[in-house]
Design a protein around this ligand. Structure first.
Ligand code: GLN
Length: 229
């Protein structure tokens, strides 16, 4: 099970979201506090964000541990964005460990990350997938269907594979969409913006936990939860 995080709001640096908090995604890559499956997330990482006046996101991924990237640590404090999605990976047994299998996956304006696992046999063919990794195949299925159908896809795939864990996180730079299906997700609503994360990156009492089997939508107008069934 990997860890992921996304932010929408007034511009903040990649470092302030991913590296600096006391239990940041960086710390979660070697010492997650709430992870139930796997102990470290050392099989790769990825960060996607929107630059000024850019319709499509920039993306930086690697197949090595986040804690080993001195280059990202150097650049991250110097890059600010109003929308950021990042993930660290603990590969599911049998899945390839290379950059193309690390989230976020992308399609045009969209970024998508998956915490969990799914039996690829229940997924429809996904010719556009970036990797044979289950998460990349699932991302391609979501992109092909349209990300607005994220909740429907999760319910259908979760019904077809009852052992699936399907915590997804997606953004097009204007809103965040997330599902809980078998793993944790927390929300932090700040004056400057909203954070969704697999687990809180600090002990701020404003973090709230999203119940399992829900769809979360974050827009500049607020955060909405909807039960998935
Ligand atoms: N199944 C995905 C992979 O192998 C995600 C794994 C995870 O959530 N740990 O990368």
């Amino acid at each position: 099970m990997c860890r992921h995080i996304a932010y929408l709001g007034r511009p903040r640096t990649l470092a302030s979201l991913v590296l600096e908090p006391p239990s940041s995604l960086l710390v979660q890559s070697y010492a997650p506090r709430r992870q139930r499956h796997g102990t470290v997330n050392a099989d790769g990482w990825g960060v996607g964000w929107w630059g000024p006046d850019r319709a499509e996101p920039a993306r930086w991924r690697a197949a090595t541990p986040l804690w080993g990237s001195a280059s990202f640590a150097s650049v991250a404090p110097a890059v600010a964005s109003s929308c950021i999605l990042a993930a660290v990976r603990s590969a599911t047994v049998g899945m390839p460990i290379d950059e193309s299998a690390a989230a976020p996956f992308t399609d045009g304006r969209w970024l998508l990350s998956h915490n969990g696992r799914v039996d690829r046999a229940v997924l429809p063919p996904a010719p556009g997938a970036e990797s044979v990794c289950d998460s990349a195949q699932l991302a391609a299925v979501v992109f092909a269907r349209g990300v607005d159908a994220l909740g429907d896809v999760v319910v259908q795939v979760g019904t077809a594979d009852p052992a699936a864990r399907l915590n997804l996180l997606a953004t097009d730079g204007t809103r965040l969409l997330a599902t809980t299906w078998g793993d944790t997700l927390s929300v932090l609503e700040l004056d400057e913006g909203t954070v969704l994360a697999s687990e809180p990156y600090d002990d701020d009492p404003r973090w709230t936990d999203v119940p399992d089997r829900h769809l979360v939508t974050v827009t500049p107008d607020g955060t909405a939860l909807e039960a998935l069934q």
